[in-house]
Design a protein around this ligand. Structure first.
Ligand SMILES: O=C[C@H](O)[C@H](O)[C@H](O)COP(=O)(O)O
Length: 275
């Protein structure tokens, strides 16, 4: 069994990575690690970092990487930068999923390429807003859903990293936003159509507003309509299909059947769930 040692509450070191394999009745395999030093309280950032750094262990020299966006993915990008500068990792290139991640990766000296020249990705690592028991996801509360989906859809392996607050029984079940990226033209027309589409789930649709009180504009110059559900969606695939029928909808935050593994860090350790 692996153990974790805590140098400080913000610095965690994983030791002896021998795995305790248990196969559940669900179609996935779970591998769990236990935490030894229970006396140290882990912050949510500690947990995000722990999950992100575990995912980075899967990176091999020569890989084309999808670099995710958000506070959890940022820990993975940081770790990649550190390993590159120490020489422990080499010969990799990354495709960032947002301008933010691009900036971070450049500042860390991570070589960047584009999907145009590298249409196949070996491994993408990214966070998520919701993870359901089938490893289907809601993503995009950070506004990066379109580029994330383009990159992660062509990744041979897509590892999701998150703390355990992201686990839900059904997508839309957190009560937080499920984003839909729409063109600016007649955005309110699409807001009303989306709200009506999900009436039976008590959907409230809102245009996302930025810190200055103006509509939030994505990296692709679009707006985001956030959908808030009173109850989880019954069928994410049907929902995705219906949303996709609306002209002017560019992308939505349902990432279905895409994750190959999810690494969840919680107070009791790190769990790796594989498809
Ligand atoms: O647009 C943002 C992305 O989908 C993020 O990966 C997602 O919102 C999770 O972000 P965080 O790791 O900050 O919770």
């Amino acid at each position: 069994m692996a153990s974790l040692s805590f140098v400080s509450s913000s610095h965690l070191t994983l030791r002896t990575p021998s795995l305790n394999l248990r196969t559940g009745a669900s179609p996935r395999t779970s591998v769990s690690f236990s935490v030894k030093a229970q006396s140290v309280a882990l912050s949510q950032d500690d947990l995000k970092k722990l999950a992100a750094e575990k995912a980075v262990e899967a990176i091999k020299p020569g890989m084309v990487l999808g670099l995710g966006t958000g506070s959890t993915a940022a820990f993975a990008v940081d770790q990649i930068g550190k390993l590159l500068s120490s020489g422990e990792l080499y010969d990799i290139v990354g495709i960032p999923t947002s301008k933010r991640t691009e900036e971070q990766a450049r500042s860390l000296g991570i070589p960047l390429v584009a999907l145009d020249t590298h249409p196949r990705i070996d491994l993408a690592i990214d966070g998520a807003d919701e993870v359901d028991p089938n490893l289907d996801l809601v993503k995009g509360r950070g506004g990066a859903l379109l580029r994330e989906k383009m990159v992660e859809a062509v990744a041979e392996k897509f590892i999701v990293v998150a703390d355990d607050t992201k686990l839900v029984k059904g997508l839309g079940g957190s009560g937080l936003a499920m984003p839909v990226e729409v063109v600016q033209f007649c955005w309110n027309f699409n807001l009303i159509r989306l709200q009506d589409l999900f009436k039976e789930f008590g959907c409230d649709a809102k245009l996302r507003i930025d810190g200055d009180g103006k509509p939030y504009v994505t990296d692709n110059s679009n707006y985001i309509i956030d959908l808030y559900f009173k109850e989880p969606l019954k069928d994410g695939f049907a929902a995705a299909k219906d949303i996709g029928k609306f002209e002017g909808v560019v992308e939505h935050g349902l990432f279905l059947g895409m994750a190959t593994s999810v690494i969840i860090a919680g107070k009791n350790g790190v769990e790796v769930m594989n498809k």
